[in-house]
Design a protein. Sequence first.
Length: 68
Amino acid sequence: MRQALIIIMLIFGSLLSIVGYYMILMDWIQDIGEGVYKENYSELVFETLTLVLYTYLAVRFTRNNVHL
């Protein structure tokens, strides 16, 4: 029972991470379209670096831990 609960929590956490990443990515795309980053350069740098870092860590984790 405990192992099933851990697996369910991992799946739920993974789905939440994917949804969170998608929401952040959509916000980034909308901000580019609206021209928010023309006025606030530091926000552009911060959000872009955050997306790049998260994507890098996700790819690195997948390469190291997922064996197909």
